[in-house]
Design a binder for this molecule. Sequence first.
Ligand code: PEP
Ligand code: MG
Length: 571
Amino acid sequence: MEIKGIGASPGIAIGKALVLEHKEMVIEKKENVNVEVEVEKLNSAVDISKKELSAVKEKVAKELGEEEAEIFGAHLLVLEDPEFIGEAENKIKNESLNAEYALNEVKDMFVSIFESMDNDYMRERAADVKDVTNRVLRHILGIKIIDLSNLSDEVVLIAHDLTPSDTATMDKKKVLGFLTNIGGRTSHTAIMSRTLEIPAIVGLSDVTDKVKDSDMIVFDGDKGIVIVSPEEDVVAEYQEKKRIFEEDKKALELLKGQPSVTTDKKHVELAGNIGTPNDLEGLINNDAEGVGLYRTEFLYMDSDEFPSEEIQFEAYKKVLEGMKGKPVVIRTLDIGGDKKLSYFEMEEEMNPFLGYRAIRLCLDRTDIFKTQLRALFRASVYGKLRIMFPMISSLEELLAAKAICEEVKSDLKAEGLGYSDDVEIGMMIEIPSAAVISDLLAKHVDFFSIGTNDLIQYTCAVDRMNQKISYLYNQFNPAVLRLIKMVIKNAHAEGKWVGMCGESAGDQMMIPILLGFGLDEFSMSPISILRARRLINSVSEKDMQALSDKVLEFGTAKEIESYMKDFIARR
Ligand code: PEP
Ligand code: MG
């Protein structure tokens, strides 16, 4: 069986599947239980299920229409029916039974009553009762969690999605690859798989249903193709592909220590993106010339409370010291959208990607922002720090963020705490309004870093996580390319440098265009650095300028993409 998804991290994986979400539930009968504890278990599982159902209902109504959302409304009604949940509660109390067993019994009773009715409508209610009760039962039982930090065999992980804590704790030596149902090239699982240098394919829709534990899997993380239970000759073919991939990796090693320079001597900086100080190893191994993006939100996401100034200081210091004077761009907190903190309640929003997030949140909660800035400035004496603000959409925001930096510096000075005077202050360009006024913004920053992951999403009004419209999410969209060109030109006019830390910076088909536009710094998943250097070493800036002019003559992303595909294939 062949399944197609989105190639997220290059490399070939050959191994046995481990499916992270198991669906079967084991319901045991336990007697003489602590009744209060069991009632509480039931009620909290019902509450969580209600919340989930309301959210699903709202989403489905919005995306597919009210009628399709009805089913979830019916599920909610089951949970709100005192006769149903009340019956389960009585059973726990009267018979001292465990919550899951009591609920399952009540489910069976209702289902058989509904099913025996001579009425289609009522028979359909039986299916609702089954579905909704299974949801509650799963919560009572807790989702089965496989301890990824302690795997006995090498596996290909199959999951709906992986959380940052899954990827942070997993035993990387045992994980041959990841396959997930959801996600796109710029989703966090995809980015993480590249950082860990583990082959991965995302956006496979229902791979968790199609694959069973221990099924043999082969896949190509570049092409996005998975083969389940392959024939022997296919396994042999993939073994050969793996050999070629490893050989190329060895050839790339020879580029370590070499300059990132075009044939006509244009130097660029090839930096790496990291999520935690632990990612430094991969970055240094791949000969990064700096850190172009340290996504500090992982420090917040992997914690049970806001990380203290001290904890943050240690993390930033570690990265700055680890880079031994090479530049390090640290981005201030970028949560919101799809990135949530378990300990910080955010109001439900209709459009979280357009909502209260990143710099907007930091300018509102200056206590959170100042703690981070204090840690950053204190750490600045240990290396070459560049601070960058995410999601700036206006000059007002940039000036406000800079003013808070000044306040923090004067507080530190008053307290006798040192900081470097050479900290560069920059901002991300990931919102079209910022790109459009980049001439004005450039006067107030030391640098820009273009975040194409979001810039594409906001320019084209296409959710970067939504597979259904992923065909619209295209880095070659002429509108996106024009914005990038304009930003670089505007920054250069003010004598400022421009980097890019979105995934396009490491893309072989984008790099030639970006060189032509005059991009100064490319920051990417460390795994892409040496391949990028090989490409840059093989072209001239002059030719790439001509190429980028040519590319802008096309009216569609498709034409640009196929032009660039040809260009790379000819090399
Ligand atoms: C971007 O938007 O391009 C970016 C680098 O930020 P993130 O992927 O963390 O949103
Ligand atoms: Mg972004």
